[in-house]
Design a protein around this ligand. Structure first.
Ligand code: CTP
Length: 401
């Protein structure tokens, strides 16, 4: 059976499509899943807990404290129990709350406590769905890696016709099965990722750095870990947190430290994707004390080259290992990236262009072109960095031995 032994929390929120949740529970149970249903209070107006409880063979939860016996419905336990949470139907209100981390009911608290994938199947009237607020909430969720099963088009409860119908329960089950299938694709693989900027000291207080925020590399690390890989993430100074327990994070500051950490980890890795924006040069002799302001200015800072981690990994690479780098070019983009790929002995290179609006440093979106060793060019649309990470992971999976 497709979902044998999978533990699924089904969230049901208050919309007319809640009646379809009964069918969804049936299909999930028939596919072998263990299902626990959490309803919002509003959902009770549309479908009874008795129906969903009987079909799921588990008590249906709504409140933090059970009214029957005063016992505590532990949201943390439930969040950690789940292999996947799916909210179907997800109302505009619940999407808004999820997007902003609100937590005034049990379902939202379970979502905040969980480490597993979250999937939402929106259902609402066409104008509510198209509203800029709803679309921007969906975008926030998508960029955070939430899986979205898009609504269908057709007749709606309001009498209007358009987008907003809950996806068919069969399609939601298919999407869940596909997510689990993908989650295991990188099981047993160890992958090195570098991210963020490096800081090269001028004196004890100042440094040469760059605008990298690490978002792309962190999105990659999360995506690869979610697909089953053990990830070693070597990162420069950034303001980001890792979430997945299979990510081991190593914090470094300078290009030299990045080189040391990455070369030490690479040997036992099946693949490495270097997305860090490493400084190419560093002050040759950083001052031991803070440089004082002097009339006439500071005459010069002599710079020397930093070690190139990517090039070194390219030299060490065994033919069972996959190595990928990033390139940020301003002119002759593809030709430059292709020659970087060859020079550094890479399997593929991810080109991001500073020319495209929405792509680059600090943004939540990126637009990439992937160039392969065989000379293939794959161009992608502007997407959230977590969707870009999924595209990169998809390609990596096709060439990993
Ligand atoms: N990189 C690295 N170590 C360095 C410099 C770069 O690992 N000291 C990696 C980056 O993480 C990225 C790729 O190399 O994957 C980017 O290369 P870039 O700095 O653009 O390459 P260069 O060879 O320095 O090319 P250019 O001639 O354009 O400066």
């Amino acid at each position: 059976m497709m979902l044998n032994g999978k533990r699924i929390v089904l969230g049901v929120t208050g919309g007319i499509a809640a009646y379809k949740a009964a069918l969804l529970v049936r299909l999930l149970v028939k596919s072998g899943a263990e299902v626990k249903v959490v309803m919002t209070r509003a959902a009770h107006d549309f479908v009874t807990p008795l129906t969903l409880g009987t079909l799921s063979k588990n008590p249906v939860l709504t409140e933090f404290v059970s009214q029957a016996d005063g016992s505590w419905n532990n949201h943390v336990e439930l969040g950690l129990w789940a292999d996947l949470i799916v909210i179907a139907p997800a109302t505009a209100h619940t999407l808004a709350q999820l997007a902003h981390g609100q937590c005034d009911n049990l379902l939202l608290a379970v979502c905040l406590s969980a480490r597993c994938p979250l999937m939402v199947a929106p259902a609402m009237d066409v104008d509510m769905y198209r509203h800029a607020a709803t679309q921007s909430n969906l975008q926030i969720l998508r960029s955070r890696g939430t899986l979205i099963v898009p609504p269908g088009t057709g007749e709606l409860a309001s009498g209007l016709s358009g987008e907003g119908r809950l996806a068919e329960p069969e399609d939601i089950v298919q999407a869940i099965a596909a997510t689990f299938a993908q989650a295991q694709r990188l099981n047993g693989k160890h992958i090195l990722v570098t991210a963020g900027p490096t800081y090269e000291a001028i004196d004890p207080v100042r440094f040469i750095g760059n605008h990298s925020t690490g978002k792309m590399g962190f999105a990659l690390a999360e995506t690869l870990a979610a697909r089953g890989a053990e990830v070693t993430l070597v990162t420069g100074p950034v303001a980001l947190h890792t979430q997945h327990p299979r990510i081991t994070r190593i914090n470094i500051t300078s290009a030299q430290e990045m080189y040391n950490a990455a070369t030490a980890a690479f040997d036992h890795c099946h693949a490495a994707i270097l997305s860090a924006a490493v400084a190419d040069f560093r002050p040759q002799n950083p001052a031991g004390n803070k440089i004082k302001k002097e009339k006439g200015g500071l005459q010069q800072i002599t710079l020397e080259e930093t070690p190139d981690t990517l090039a070194e990994l390219g030299r060490r690479k065994k033919n069972t290992q996959v190595l990928a780098g990033f390139a940020l070019e301003t002119d002759n983009e593809e030709a430059n990236a292709q020659s970087k790929l060859e020079r550094k002995n890479l399997d593929f290179i991810v080109l991001n262009s500073l020319r495209h609006e929405g792509a680059g440093f600090g943004k939540d979106t990126n637009r990439i072109t992937l160039l392969t060793r065989e000379g293939k060019t794959l161009k992608f649309e502007l997407k959230s960095k977590s969707e870009v990470a999924a595209d990169i992971a998809d390609y990596l999976q096709t060439i990993l031995k």
